[in-house]
Write a protein that binds this ligand. Sequence first.
Ligand code: SF4
Ligand code: SF4
Length: 330
Amino acid sequence: MDSKTVRQHAFDVGFDLCGIVSAERLGEEAERFAAWLADGFHGEMSYLTDRPERRSDPSQHLKDAKSVIVLGLNYFQKDARETPPGHGRVSKYARGRDYHKVIERRSRELIRRLDTEVGTEASVEFKWFVDFGPILERAFAQRAGLGYVGRNSMLINRTYGSWIFLSEIITNQVLESDDPKAVKHGTCGTCTRCIEACPTGAIVGDRTIDSRRCISYLTIERPTEIPQELAEKMGDRIFGCDICQDVCPHNDKRARVTRHKELLAESGVGEFLNAKTVLSMQSREEFLKLTAGTPLTRPKLEGLQRNAKIVMENETAGRRIVIPDFEKKR
Ligand code: SF4
Ligand code: SF4
């Protein structure tokens, strides 16, 4: 089995991007991650501190790891309109069906095809991950030539911008690696748009996000109350935040609407949630009726209601997020 065959199967099962890299342990990126943890930027995501060395070393997941196949799925969709009164805005990645499931189906089918390709004699192993798996996926994606990591810490690809879900398959097969320098994905250059536009000042350095201030973390991962100072800066964001991607000039030019219908707003909760409806929910059953099969189950009913309350308070107080008009600023 060669890299060309792997790539062909990856595209055939529906992935938009496929890059291959040797399973060498990450060096500099692992140090950056350790420093990020040491600074406490992971907030209450304590699972990230559990054996962090696993995230940079594929052999901790597959003993005889030789290659990492990095896969990408475009999820971009347009924002249809302004947020209607009494509603909160949902991040683009979460509007449709749960991407873990969408990726899982494709990954399993890809592995099935690769297994068939190598036949029964070879003792070939594959292990797949999507973002809940403990691996520094953006760093491996960059090494596999799928893009570069921008100041907003997102992987930016020359075809899709940063609207990409990443997943990985680790294998004990030796595959020819892609050359990260072969394709030019651009650079941030002197741009600082994402840093200027972030409503909470969560981008505290080049590629460094203080999760404790990031609206995505606050609305999805944080299990406890959101500090008032930050809640007031959340505006209408009820689940996640796309601002540092929306303002990125690479996304201006490159974003294209996903071809994967299950990721579109009409397949899931949609672009907005009615805050009053969320606040009126009394039971887990009601909550699951709205969110089952979508990423919105993550903060549980209590978390989503906490967010809805903040959205209503911000609306009543006239607190909106104002995004700089960078075109005018030029
Ligand atoms: S997701 Fe929103 S809050 Fe988080 S870093 Fe980006 S712009 Fe800032
Ligand atoms: S907005 Fe500018 S600085 Fe931020 S990631 Fe995009 S190009 Fe880089």
